[in-house]
Ligand binder design. Structure first.
Ligand SMILES: [Zn+2]
Length: 275
């Protein structure tokens, strides 16, 4: 069934676990994600980024339809809506949560834009995720891994002012592959968890390390965004196989299988199996 972010994360925050948010961009990995959730009896968040899949009006309704007819509780999330237009397109295309990412703007502008989106989405029964502090790119991690971490007092005020339903925080992770070793600030995470009343989101989960992620998802993170690790697992499922004679159509299910198995691994890691 198709649900909002609050339908999944309020329970996750109360019970100290996280729900994976897996990036999907085609029918095969969409189907694989839905099957993983069903087979694990788990909630799951389907992430679509306009950067990877600009044709939201085509793909959104397909993903929404597949979610609606599934037995699993699934949220369809527009990931990193970086401008007003893509957020509105997301709403029109059947997404049930809109992440509006204005984290590179000055604080006051971020507040203003998020507040506006919250007003629109709440009127429609949808939820909103925002970002404060900035989760950068892993390729620059050795340079800017310490910069733009989320400030606790600011995060608290930001949620009061905007009314956002979930907050993506910067505690030392990065998007994509890391150049250097991730340094997760658990102390900062604990302070944020205690000060901010809404569920916290971790972007840049891939490559962060199993032990770090297990701790994050028990100590304050309720939504774990994953992309790179899933794509890698899909490719790895093609290696060490005799692919001679296979057509491209036979490769899609193999890619989807690798993707699905990795999502199941993350469902277990996040502690949301059976939830
Ligand atoms: Zn992200």
């Amino acid at each position: 069934m198709l649900v909002t972010l609050n339908d999944l994360l309020i329970k996750a925050k109360a019970e100290n676990y996280a729900v994976p948010a897996t990036n999907i961009d085609n029918e095969h990995n969409l189907r694989a994600a839905v099957e993983a959730a069903e087979e694990m009896n788990s909630p799951l968040i389907l992430n679509v980024t306009p950067q990877a899949n600009p044709d939201l009006e085509f793909f959104g309704p397909i993903a929404a339809k597949m979610a609606r007819r599934s037995s699993a509780k699934l949220c369809l999330n527009l990931d990193h809506g970086r401008d007003f237009k893509s957020c509105l397109l997301g709403i029109r295309s059947g997404f049930t949560n809109i992440m509006i990412d204005r984290s590179t703007l000055p604080y006051a502008d971020n507040v203003r834009e998020v507040k506006e989106m919250v007003r629109i989405c709440h009127e429609l029964g949808l939820t909103v995720e925002a970002e404060l502090g900035h989760v950068g790119m892993g390729v620059q991690y050795d340079v800017d891994g310490d910069q733009a971490l989320t400030d606790v007092e600011e995060a608290k005020a930001f949620i009061e002012e905007t009314g956002a339903d979930a907050l993506a925080v910067a505690i030392g992770t990065a998007h994509g592959a890391y150049k250097g070793t991730p340094r997760i600030r658990f102390e900062l995470l604990h302070k944020l968890r205690d000060a901010v009343p809404v569920p916290l989101v971790l972007h840049g989960g891939s490559g962060t390390g199993e032990e770090n992620l297990r701790r994050c998802t028990r100590e304050g993170i309720n939504k774990l965004n994953l992309s790179n690790d899933l794509k890698k697992a899909a490719i790895e499922n093609l290696t060490n196989r005799d692919l001679s004679g296979n057509t491209v159509y036979q490769l899609y299910p193999l890619l989807a299988e690798g993707f699905k198995n990795k999502i199941k691994y993350y469902i277990e890691l996040c502690g949301c199996q059976g939830k």
